[in-house]
Write a protein that binds this ligand. Structure first.
Ligand SMILES: N#Cc1ccccc1Cn1ccc2ccc(-c3cc(N)[nH]n3)cc21
Length: 237
């Protein structure tokens, strides 16, 4: 997978040289390039923002540098983090992980001139995505989060691919609590079932835990959970 990130703060992406994303880059699973938007400015001050038409607070990112940057690195699927984007989900992570070339546009200030998005959409797929109902300073942190969510889905990145099938949101439920040694810690014991060796009962216990956690913490996910995945007993719960 090829990924191009465009930002006025390229140093924000140093964390993408670490851990499993860094390993994916060195092994060639991920071809990641980070670009400074100011590369595509032409004035001595390397200006990337200007005052908003119609007035209002703050500044808006100018279209010219963005247009030239996207011409240079595109075409690909353009992903634009934004407070007004579609909520980013695990399903989106799977979809993006299956694509050949992603381009991330990191806005700052009050956002990017809308014509940049409209112009890009005339020649490549564009996805405006939100990480949640809160406002960040810019798109960089959102791109780091999205890059983690995507990269861990790439074949060969996670040592144990089984992790992907059991984890939260993969099966449409929140995952069960996890425990490791010691069996007793600060007078708190690991549930006996998990030490029973009865894998059938353990699987049932974990699914019950997932259902109860999801029902209490994320009723919205329960509403979307296919009823035919529930045993008759579960449906009464
Ligand atoms: N746009 C905008 C904007 C509008 C008003 C006030 C502040 C900003 C800051 N900002 C500039 C770029 C940019 C990118 C993504 C987010 C973002 C995503 C999520 N989920 N929250 N915030 C914010 C971003």
């Amino acid at each position: 997978m090829r990924v191009d990130i465009i930002s006025i703060f390229p140093d924000y992406f140093a964390p993408l040289e670490l851990s499993l994303i860094g390993k994916a880059r060195t092994t060639g699973l991920l071809d990641l390039s980070v670009h400074d938007l100011r590369t595509w400015t032409s004035d001595v001050h390397r200006t990337v923002d200007d005052t908003p038409y119609g007035g209002g607070p703050g500044m808006v990112m100018r279209p010219e540098p963005w247009g030239q940057a996207l011409d240079a690195v595109g075409p690909g699927t353009l992903v634009v983090p934004s407070p007004v984007g579609k909520p980013f989900t695990q399903a989106d992570a799977y979809e993006l992980a299956a694509l050949e070339h992603l381009i991330f546009a990191c806005g700052r200030y009050e956002g990017i001139d809308q014509r940049v998005i409209d112009d890009a959409a005339s020649r490549m797929p564009v996805r405006e995505v939100s990480l949640g109902d809160y406002v960040l300073f810019g798109g960089e942190v959102a791109v780091i989060v999205i890059m983690e969510a995507i990269t861990r889905l790439l074949p060969g990145v996670l040592g144990n691919a089984d992790s992907l099938t059991e984890e939260s949101h993969a099966a449409g439920l929140l995952e069960a609590p996890v425990y490791t040694k010691p069996a007793s810690w600060r007078d708190r014991e690991v549930p006996d079932i998990l030490r029973s060796g009865d894998h059938g009962r353990i699987a049932r216990w974990r699914r019950d835990q997932s259902l109860s956690r999801t029902a209490s913490r994320r009723p919205d996910m329960m509403a979307a959970y296919p009823l035919d995945h529930l045993d008759k007993a579960d449906r009464k719960a």
